[in-house]
Write a protein that binds this ligand. Structure first.
Ligand code: AMP
Length: 417
């Protein structure tokens, strides 16, 4: 029986991997320019971390984690998201004693046991950023500015930023009260999960995917109407900064995020193409999480972006980055010159060129065909005679133009083109 890749996972073959590399390179570049340093955290962590850090009333923790017992009897979980691990590392590595703000970014794969849909996988990748130590709306604006710059740099022109505020521990109780009062008379018609959520965390009811529950959620009270003065002022400053930065946004008074730890600013960049799985990226402020994980009162804000969704969106918007690695040169060899061809190729590659040659003992004709297929810019036929004289003929594949030259001048000639 053939063994297949597990459901919800995928193989990324070289052609697609180049599109990944392109997006990754752009993301790293933008992060570095904004002063963010990369962090790489473990693929699995103590299950407790996610229960505490993501929230045990969230779908992620309740239904989607890949949890296992290791051989030492400890409960471990493959990371379903990046922030909890990054915050754990921030605290454990004493980064809270570094000068603030501490700016970190990551590019990591995540694991969630989810239903399969387009743009939804069980192993997927996220780009993310976190900025620690600033409670100012300027940090929120910086994160949104970084994202906007990144989308521009990969050529995604159509994008929609939805912005909301979900208040803080001071103003949330009043909102939760209003929410409970709203839902109380509807409890007999909401889904079973929502009845459970009503007890544990009614905020989660706003996020339910059931059609009836969604209808109710649309008419539910909005946190924005219950913000305390500080939260209101913070939200106003974020909007003001975005106006000055020239970043368009839409206020979404009902934004709920799938994680428990958010406070104040929450946002999503949504796609105009990817359909129901439209969220490209989500994030927000989490002023209580560092303390929750034992690191003192450190405000923070961050986001995570789905890389698969980003690539789908780039395709939908016909973004066509130049991703070719076509050879500069294809060296055709004969049985008595194959190793010399390999040597010449090694030198040219070390000089910075992309060079291909035969490693299959193919016939002259088959090599010529391969050179054509490889879309090489130049062709060089290396016979024993040429080798003896250290001379050869370089042919430009598109025009057919031929130049005789010393092999020692090859690099220079290729470079001057
Ligand atoms: P979240 O961590 O749930 O806020 O998700 C942040 C982003 O990650 C989403 O906007 C998606 O782009 C992406 N994402 C979340 N879950 C999945 C998944 N199962 N498969 C692919 N991308 C995902």
């Amino acid at each position: 029986m053939k063994i297949k890749a597990p459901r919800g996972t995928k193989d990324i073959l070289p052609e697609e991997a180049r599109r990944w590399q392109y997006a990754e390179a752009r993301f790293r570049d933008v992060c570095h320019r904004y002063g963010y340093g990369e962090i790489r955290v473990p693929t699995f962590e103590s299950t407790d971390l996610f229960e505490r850090g993501v929230g045990d009333s969230t779908d992620i923790v309740r239904k989607e984690m890949y949890t296992f017992e290791d051989k030492g009897g400890r409960s471990m979980t493959l990371r379903p998201e990046g922030t909890a691990g990054v915050v754990r590392a921030y605290v454990e590595q004493g980064m809270n004693s570094l000068p603030s703000p501490v700016r970190l970014f990551y590019d990591l794969n995540m694991f969630r046991y989810e239903k399969m849909q387009k743009g939804r996988y069980r192993e997927f990748a996220q780009f993310g950023c976190e900025i620690f130590g600033s409670d100012s709306a300027l940090a929120d604006a910086e994160i949104l500015s970084l994202l906007d710059t990144f989308f521009t740099s990969v050529g995604l022109r159509e994008r929609r930023l939805e912005l909301g505020s979900i208040g803080c521990p001071a103003c949330r109780p009043r909102f939760l009260e209003a929410l409970r009062a709203y839902y109380e008379p509807k409890l007999d018609r909401v889904c079973e999960d929502c009845r459970d959520r009503f007890e544990k965390n009614p905020l989660r009811m706003l996020d339910c995917k059931q059609p009836q529950c969604q209808e109710d959620a649309e008419r539910a009270p909005s946190q924005i109407d219950f913000l305390c003065d500080e939260c209101e002022a913070h939200f106003a400053l974020v909007r003001q900064a975005l106006d000055t930065l020239g970043i368009d946004y839409h206020i979404n008074p009902r934004m709920v995020r799938g994680l428990d730890y958010y406070t104040r600013t929450v946002f999503e960049f949504v796609s105009t193409h990817v359909g129901s799985q439209g969220a490209l990226c989500g994030g927000g402020r989490y002023d209580g999480l560092v303390e929750e994980l034992g690191g003192g009162q450190v405000p923070a804000i961050g986001f995570a972006m789905g890389v698969e969704r980003l690539l789908l969106e780039m395709e939908a918007q016909h973004v066509q980055p130049d991703l070719t690695f076509d050879p500069d040169l294809f060296i055709v060899s004969f049985p008595d010159t194959t190793v010399a061809a390999l040597h010449l190729r090694q030198n040219l590659i070390r000089d910075g060129f992309i060079v291909e040659t035969d490693v299959m003992d193919r016939s002259f004709r088959a090599q010529m065909k391969a050179a054509d297929r490889a879309n090489a810019r130049y062709l060089l036929v290396l016979g024993a005679d040429e080798l003896k004289k250290s001379k050869a003929t370089l042919r430009r594949m598109d025009t057919g133009e031929e130049t005789e030259l010393q092999l020692s001048d090859l690099s220079q000639t290729l470079r001057s083109e």
